[in-house]
Design a protein around this ligand. Structure first.
Ligand code: AMP
Ligand code: MG
Length: 330
């Protein structure tokens, strides 16, 4: 298949209107989308990703009005959308229009991406875009154009070229179709911020456990975010001492804060420019770098990736969740 790789919003919207599948960047990660009214095209996304058929897709909209035309938007849902949309927040809402994918569910997960070019494209498609993250099922989401082209050129109808994701992990998902509301997936918008509007938000500990029998959100039942390499999550002191011992071994890779590397031997410190080592400056920088680093490590054939625990500062919640998921998957 010839893939149209272009920044021309009109041409890429034409592909969607003809039933095509298009990869596009959002502020979180890359998505792989089709018209929410074209069941066949949406099902092709499942085939391409190897995604379990009971894991539903998020519908991406260009405005709150469009969301209101297909879902019940309560007063509190509207307040959340006014505060956080466009942005990395997904709400699961009761569905009004039964024709929207997935037809068998009475709820719909909705989100408005931040990049105005992506919103222009969605508007030009004349339909919401149903999209999971653009990656093979279970593997980390993609955050760099070079990786997207390597996986999807020749596989999808088009790739929209615009700004790469700036956040690096998937959106925060809240189930608002039930009372009290539940945090289904942590992300860049943290529960403290959400609790200002949703003081009764339930933050289930067990919701992120792999393989649980009754998942709160279908996506929670499956393996997620894991590279081929083993992932080991380590506290600062342990990260530091293991790096001091094993830093020179080319089987291992390391991602962490400067202090974890600083007191190591001179020989190890010289490694810092190596592609096996990624020094991050903050939780937000760590989050943005994480999936691209996982991907790069898999390209290098790394056996184990050591990850330092996030800091007690902004951005810990979503990052720690993804690191735990990736390390549980081994
Ligand atoms: P991703 O595949 O990375 O885009 O993630 C989409 C997430 O949203 C998954 O965890 C899905 O299970 C969840 N999701 C999508 N639609 C619904 C829905 N109607 N109800 C509950 N969770 C949903
Ligand atoms: Mg995904």
């Amino acid at each position: 298949m010839k893939t149209l790789i272009s920044s021309d919003v009109r041409l890429l919207a034409d592909l969607i209107r003809k039933g095509g599948v298009v990869v596009f960047p959002t502020e979180t990660v890359y998505g792989i989308g089709a018209s929410s009214y074209n069941e066949e095209a949406c099902k092709r996304i499942y085939q391409i990703k190897g995604r379990p058929s009971d894991n539903p897709l998020i519908a991406h909209f260009s405005s709150i009005e469009e969301i209101k035309s297909v879902c019940e938007v309560s007063e509190v849902a509207e307040r959340l959308l006014c505060e956080f949309a466009p942005g990395p927040l997904t709400l699961v809402l009761p569905k009004k229009n039964p024709n929207i994918f997935p037809k068998e569910l009475s709820t719909l997960a909705v989100r408005i991406p931040k990049n105005p070019i992506v919103r222009d494209w969605i508007r030009a498609c004349d339909s919401p875009i149903s999209a999971p993250s653009a990656n093979l099922s279970g593997r980390p989401s993609l955050t760099r154009m070079t990786d997207v082209v390597r996986y999807f050129d020749g596989i999808v109808d088009g790739i929209l070229v615009t700004e790469e994701p700036s956040l690096g992990i998937e959106s925060t998902v809240i189930g608002l179709h039930e009372d009290p509301p539940v945090l289904l997936r942590p992300g860049s918008i943290e529960s403290d911020e959400l609790k200002r509007i949703l003081p009764n938000l339930v933050i289930p500990n067990s919701s992120f456990v792999e393989g649980q029998t009754v998942p709160l959100s279908p996506g929670m039942k499956y393996k997620h975010y894991a590279p081929k390499a083993n992932v080991k999550l380590r506290k600062k002191e342990d990260f530091h001492s293991e790096f001091a011992k094993k830093g020179l071994d080319p089987k291992f890779a390391w991602i962490g804060f400067p202090s974890g590397f600083a007191e190591s031997s001179e020989e190890n410190t010289n490694l810092i420019s190596s592609p096996r080592i990624r020094v991050v400056t903050s939780n937000l920088d760590y989050t943005k770098a994480l999936y691209a680093f996982f991907e790069a490590c898999d390209q290098l054939g790394i056996e184990t990736i050591y990850c330092e625990e996030p800091k007690e500062e902004t951005g810990k919640e979503g990052l720690l969740n993804r690191l735990q998921k990736a390390s549980e998957a081994n």
